[in-house]
Design a protein around this ligand. Structure first.
Ligand code: ZN
Ligand code: MN
Length: 492
């Protein structure tokens, strides 16, 4: 039986606001337990929430980035459930009127074409605290402690739409999550650090016979914070459901957990699986009216999104698509490229030098573009020196090493270290003669017209000059000194 897979995500992203969603406590991931709490975020009787304006802006920004309609009237609702990390006994979330609805995120589909994956809504809500289980923190103790620093940190929940271009494979699922994280980072609303749980997701997956109009029963796998776990959970779940379908057994609609050790999904206890949240409008928070001007003002603060940036680089700057994709993967890199490009006369070389050489040095030294002291104008200056023939590639790499170490400008380093290119004919001729004398057998081959041997001698000259010789000139000199007739250079 041919089947099709339907995958749909609910993604939670923690917003990078200074303070929490309903109080003035700092949003400080990684701080000492319970060092950023107050009566509001610990749910003390009588404490009242005050909405964080910045969090609303960030939610709207996400809505604009994912092509949503922005509702001019929005409400908060109470989602009631009991858990020890939830001091109020309810989570303030949005139900009937979220800030953003009816969006999409474009990815590259499995057929290689653009595919706009439906997003049903994006709403703003508060995070819960965090339980620290004794087995993780304290030897043999049989209790858990709770840290309320995360309680009431703002989250956006981005809910997919399985009825509008759902994801059809694990590859598309992964492309969707990666693109979503990239965009959220670009627009500066969340760092999406997955190890810290700032970007986590629930995934719904179902299978149906190819061409069927009805959806199969879905399972929902809860709370994953790594792309690898999502992939493994989906692989397992697709196999499991396919097997059930093949053998004519029903797939039960249920919530499952991914067991990271055994790499299987397991059903949750049925009580946990059928929550009745008894949503109702939060009486402590008024309706939020967002006027058109406010939404337009937020729209004006939107940066160029990665897809637009990639297209511009290919179209206006002439960068090959694969290179542009690397340069636009994160905003720091694409900003760095743009700033270099504004003063560089050879953007093709610039692109290659960032991707190959700068990234190599940063990787080797454990640096990032931010922690590396190289200024964009100095980097483009170095690339221009190569283009002008003032330094060889090899020398430029030596200069780059020194730029990364000291933050100095390339001209300064060249002046100090005497690294400029050797173009002086007399010096080059002497070096060529020396090398030819050391390798008479190679010289003989060249005289016989075996031109592949020329490269060997050029290499020897480069070694003797620490890569500072102009390779083209060296080649000419070798040919001239060994009296190779014109026209033999192509090596017939
Ligand atoms: Zn607080
Ligand atoms: Mn949620």
């Amino acid at each position: 039986m041919d089947t099709e897979v339907i995958i749909c995500f609910e993604v939670h992203a923690e917003l990078g606001t200074q303070t929490k969603l309903f109080c003035g406590c700092r949003n400080a991931p990684g701080a000492a337990p319970n060092s950023h709490i107050c009566p509001v975020c610990t749910g003390q009787p009588g404490a009242l929430p005050v909405l964080n304006r910045r969090a609303v802006e960030y939610c709207v920004k996400a809505g604009l980035a994912f092509n949503c309609d922005i509702n001019t009237e929005a409400r908060f609702a109470r989602k009631n459930y009991f858990y020890p990390d939830l001091p109020k006994g309810y989570q303030i979330s949005q139900y009937e009127r979220p800030f953003c609805e009816n969006g999409f995120l474009e990815i590259e589909g499995d057929d290689g074409r653009p595919y706009s994956v439906g997003i049903r809504r994006i709403h703003l809500e508060e995070d819960a605290g965090k339980l620290v289980h004794s087995s993780e923190a304290f030897d043999e103790a049989d209790y858990s402690l709770v840290d309320f620093n995360r309680a009431s940190v703002p989250l956006i929940e981005i809910v997919g739409d399985h009825t509008r271009n759902p994801l059809r494979s694990i590859r598309e699922a992964r492309a969707y999550l990666e693109k979503m994280r990239q965009v959220l980072r670009y627009i500066g609303v969340s760092e999406c650090n997955m190890e810290q749980g700032q970007f986590r997701c629930d995934v719904n997956v179902s299978i149906r016979p190819q061409g069927s109009a009805e959806y199969g029963n879905r399972s929902e796998i809860k709370n994953m914070a790594s792309f690898r776990f999502v992939t493994e959970a989906l692989e397992y779940e697709i196999d499991r459901q396919s097997e059930l379908l093949r053998s004519g057994k029903p797939v039960i609609q249920e919530t499952r957990l991914f067991d990271e050790e055994r790499r299987v999904t397991l059903p949750m206890r049925s009580k946990e699986d059928a929550p009745d949240y008894r949503y109702f409008p939060d009486p402590d928070l008024v309706q939020i009216d967002l006027d058109r001007e406010t939404i337009e003002a937020i729209r004006k603060t939107m940066p160029e999104l990665p897809d637009d940036r990639l297209a511009r680089m290919v179209r206006d700057v002439g960068i090959p698509r694969e290179e542009a994709a690397i340069l636009t993967r994160d905003r720091k890199t694409s900003d760095f490229f743009d700033r270099c490009a504004s003063t560089c006369s050879d953007t093709s070389r610039l692109s290659r030098w960032i991707i190959k050489d700068l990234f190599r040095v940063l990787n080797r030294d454990g640096l990032t573009l931010e922690s590396c002291p190289v200024r964009p104008e100095d980097f483009s200056g170095l690339v221009d020196l190569i283009s002008q023939g003032a330094v060889t590639d090899q020398t430029a790499r030596t200069v780059l090493d020194e730029m990364v170490r000291s933050g100095k400008a390339p001209q300064e380093i060249l002046g100090e270290k005497d690294l400029g290119i050797i173009g002086d004919a007399q010096t080059l001729e002497q070096t060529v003669d020396g090398v030819t004398g050391e390798h008479p057998e190679v010289a003989a081959k060249i005289r016989q017209g075996r031109m592949e041997a020329v490269n060997f001698l050029v290499g020897q000259v480069m070694r003797k000059t620490s890569g500072r010789a102009d390779a083209g000139k060296v080649r000419d000199i070798i040919l001239r000194r060994l009296a190779v007739p014109e026209g033999r250079e192509d090596g017939e």
